[in-house]
Every structure is written in structure tokens, then in C-alpha cells.
Design a protein around this ligand. Structure first.
Ligand code: DGL
Length: 270
């Protein structure tokens, strides 16, 4: 555990708004911490970026964010980045990083039908990191990898006040539901932090009931392992959301951020 004399500063990072689903759990576990939520919206979506360009981008932005905010811990609340850039981040910076990677181990351990689907960005489901998780923790499950081309944008649009239609969401999620030899998929790993933003819609539209696995509670537990439990604090410090595009959030987005306990703060242009 890290030795800490005052409330820790935690930076939560994603390409966009998906990391809010991780931020919510971490902030509930450590409400006394000082938070900065940083969205690299200028380079969004990460799932369509070339790997070398994404590594260079995340290292550059992280260098600037660490210099500006001096976090005690950084949560990479993005599977697309974590499955690619964590080793380079850990080599480059001293601050501890907690990554978000597909929750394949708990999903395969819990599946009864042994048919598990990993739903992620097109990039995450092609990463060697993801294949290695399946090799090591597949637990004799048949794992179907589905890269969704549109679900990230649909989730962003939802928070920005443009609700996706049922047909649009269904088109992205239908391939997750597999039937084979009288067995059916019973577990779907949400391997992109944007997808839990749509959880209620996913549950409503599911072709049959499945367990959608969101890694956020496990990330929060890992943060508490590293920083220790919350301390009593009379006034939780205000959390700040910043956007690398420098664009000010619309009224609708600012209201959505406020529901997560975030104030749209000073923007950073990177
Ligand atoms: N939220 C991100 C993830 O967990 C990626 C979204 C994007 O493509 O930018 O993978």
C-alpha cells in the first residue's frame, strides 16, 4: 500500500465519457480523494487508431496530465488503451497505474453454459493481451470475440442527449448471443468502459437474459488495495472533468457530468 498523509489525488483517464462508469465506482470507494477526470476527446475514438499512433498519443497526453495534476495514482479507464499501453506507461512514469482490461477471468469462472462473449472495441478484441487472457483464464469456455464498430459512439451520444434507437443497439449486440449444442451464451463481458453507460438498454434488448460483466467494481477494489480505505472527510473535494479538445461541454453534457459528481473544469488542449 502507498504511504499517504493527505487525501490522495486520483486521475481517471479515458478517450471520452466511458471512464465515467469506472470513475463512479472509484469515487464511491474513495469519496475523500481529489479527482480529475480527463477525456482525450481530441483523439477519440481510440478503437479506430493505429496502435503506434495510440501509444505515442497516450504517452504524450499522460505526460502533460501528470505534470499538471501530480496524481498519486492514475486509473486508465479504457480497455483499448490499457490492453496496449500499460507497459510503456509504467516504464515511463513513476506514478502507479491501474488499468481496465477485459474481465475474462471472472466471466469464465462464473459461466455455467461455458459460452462467454467478450464485447469490446474492434481494437480490444484483436489485441494479443486479450488473447492471452483467454488462453490463461478461459476455464474451458468457448469465448466469442465481438468488436463493435458503433457502440462507443452510441453510448457517447446517449450522454450528450441523442438517444440511440433500439435497432441501432440491437445491431451491435445481436452477434454476442450464441447458441450451440443446446447451450446458450450466459455471460457477456463489457470490455469497453463506454458500454455500461448503456447497461439498462442492453439488458432490455438482450435476446435472452445474460450476465453482463462490468469491471468497474474490481477496479475500485484495486484502487483501495493500493491507496487504502477512505478516511473520514467532512467536505469531499470537488471533482473536475477536463477535455483535451478544449471544447466546453454543452449544457446537456454538463448536466450529465454533474450527475456523476463532476464539474466541467478548465479544458486542456493537447
Ligand atoms: N472507453 C474505451 C474502452 O474502454 C474506448 C473507446 C474508444 O474507442 O475510444 O475501450
Amino acid at each position: 500500500m502507498l504511504a499517504m498523509t493527505s487525501a490522495p489525488a486520483i486521475l481517471v483517464f479515458d478517450s471520452g465519457l466511458g471512464g465515467l462508469t469506472v470513475f463512479r465506482e472509484v469515487a464511491a470507494a474513495r469519496p475523500d480523494a481529489r479527482y480529475v477526470y480527463a477525456a482525450d476527446d481530441a483523439f477519440f475514438p481510440y478503437g479506430r487508431r493505429d496502435e503506434a499512433a495510440l501509444v505515442a498519443r497516450v504517452l504524450e497526453v499522460m505526460g502533460q496530465l501528470i505534470a499538471a495534476h501530480r496524481p498519486d495514482l492514475v486509473v486508465i479507464a479504457c480497455n483499448t488503451a490499457s490492453t496496449l499501453v500499460l507497459p510503456q506507461l509504467r516504464a515511463e512514469f513513476k506514478v502507479p497505474f491501474v488499468g481496465t482490461v477485459p474481465a475474462i477471468k471472472p466471466a469464465c469462472a462464473a459461466s455455467n453454459s461455458k459460452l462467454v462473449t467478450v464485447l469490446g472495441t474492434e481494437a480490444t478484441v484483436k489485441r494479443e493481451y486479450t488473447y492471452a487472457l483467454i488462453r490463461e483464464h478461459g476455464n474451458n469456455c468457448a469465448v466469442t470475440l465481438i468488436g463493435s464498430p458503433r457502440l462507443v459512439e452510441l453510448a457517447e451520444a446517449e450522454l450528450r442527449g441523442n438517444s440511440a434507437s433500439d435497432a441501432e443497439i440491437l445491431a451491435e449486440m445481436t452477434p454476442c448471443f450464441v447458441e450451440a449444442e443446446r447451450r446458450r451464451t450466459d455471460t457477456v463481458v463489457l470490455a469497453c468502459t463506454h458500454y455500461p453507460l448503456l447497461l439498462q438498454r442492453l439488458e432490455k434488448l438482450a435476446l435472452w437474459p445474460v450476465n453482463f460483466v462490468d469491471p468497474a467494481p474490481a477496479i475500485a477494489r484495486r484502487v483501495v488495495d493500493l491507496l487504502g480505505p477512505a478516511r473520514p472527510s467532512a467536505n469531499p473535494l470537488p471533482a473536475q472533468a477536463i477535455f483535451t479538445s478544449g471544447k466546453a461541454p454543452t449544457t446537456i453534457l454538463a448536466a450529465a457530468l454533474a450527475r456523476y459528481g463532476l464539474a466541467a473544469g478548465a479544458s486542456a488542449s493537447v
